[in-house]
Design a protein around this ligand. Sequence first.
Ligand SMILES: Nc1ncnc2c1ncn2[C@@H]1O[C@H](COP(=O)(O)OP(=O)(O)OP(=O)(O)O)[C@@H](O)[C@H]1O
Ligand SMILES: [Mg+2]
Length: 491
Amino acid sequence: MKKSGAAERAPGSGLRAPGAETAGAERPRILIADDEQSMREWMRLLFQRDGFEVMTAADGVAARDLVTREYLDVVLTDIRMPKLDGVQLLKAIRDLAPDAIVLMMTAHWTRDSVEWQDARELGAEALFEKPFRDVNLVTMQVRQLLEARRLRHENTVLRQTSAGQGFAGIIGRSPVMVEMFSLIETVCRTNSTVLISGDSGTGKELVASAIHKQSLRSQKPFVAVNCGAMLETLLESELFGHVRGAFTGAEKDKKGLLEAADGGTVFLDEIGEMPKAMQVKFLRVLQERKYRRVGGTEESAFNVRVIAATNRDLPKQVSEGRFREDLFYRLNVIPLYVPSLRDRAEDILLIAEHFLSKYTQEMGKSIDGFSAEAADLLKSYSWPGNVRELENVVERCVALEHETRVRPSSLPENLREGRPATLRPAAGSASFDAAAAEIDGFSLEQHLRDIERSHLELALERADGVQTRAAEILGLSFRQFRYLAKKYGLK
Ligand SMILES: Nc1ncnc2c1ncn2[C@@H]1O[C@H](COP(=O)(O)OP(=O)(O)OP(=O)(O)O)[C@@H](O)[C@H]1O
Ligand SMILES: [Mg+2]
């Protein structure tokens, strides 16, 4: 007999390349809770053969721990178990993962018993009497319930996307996005860790905050941390806090971001950049659900939902030894891939119109749409900077346009010619560093020249080509302006 309380887990399904599999196609995850080992093993085989990812627990407490930590679609639990019985487990699941499908099995109850009525009221979906008359009925019913739940989620999503233009503030109605919305709808009411991957500017942070807002933690804080922006020691004290005297300069006790996010969600942006030593420390926190301030002795409970994001190929970083495999698996409980904008071309105009109305309102202009030619240009462009680039382009159009429709002439030149912008579009925004750092051999000087040049161009456009006016806009003397214009060959 295995040690009771041990939570066993089937071997993982291997590293997944971001986007190689959309999350909707993931194998459903089931937890089998039963104190009888032979029953656990038999059910494991049965469900594995049916395409499930199976976890097992030998008692109620181990099962509850797994529900706290892992994402589960289905829990199949025995009723009489040591430490915590099936009904108590069911109660806990209703708080921890209200969307999970819970089924009970027993050798002692009947459908008429009061206990079963109670369990039903708590949302148990079926009762199987042991020994099973036909095991295939069990897997079949689980499949049916999963399908019903999938349809329910899809309906919620479709209702929202068809009424408005998107889901939870994320604009889009392309099939790939609707699929992602369904997944958000499925995971938001759990505590599971989510790993969001996708190119720069695709909307990863927006997705993370949408998950938080739809979750049971929505009334608690959403705290974002950029793991790439800080040195290891600083990141550690930012996350965990520190006590006075922990290091030179630590003059007072300081609360960490995990404490500030207590009960809410922490968003670990650029997780691939997390220093290696920090990865070890953070993994320990995820495993033990406890942490300590730097230099402190007191332990605090870690009650935060973790959403991490990366625009790197994390599995590749794992295989190159730059990211810890164990941490990757801990984080990648629910992988969520945000597709690049060019892979959801149907959404381009919808999102562009959303930004158009945002910026016309902000700037007090009256522009009611894009001309057909401008719309075609937007649709056919490749959008290497994704939604962020689109937002910047639209903002610029609104600033420049004098007509009531956006014409091609208000679009940036590179877009009219179908070439990517020389300068990453996010200049000035917080994530620009990350975008820029992706370019090999990135040179600061070249970058500054690009900025200078694009400012000159923009000023010239705003000044309708009048150089003295453009110089004024930039706060330059005419001579300075003329010098720079010549340097960059501007007319
Ligand atoms: N589908 C969308 N609908 C509306 N706005 C969006 C959408 N996707 C992204 N945005 C907006 O585009 C901008 C960029 O998105 P966000 O910051 O979430 O991208 P990101 O994937 O985190 O980028 P990075 O990898 O560079 O950090 C934000 O202002 C965000 O609100
Ligand atoms: Mg981001």
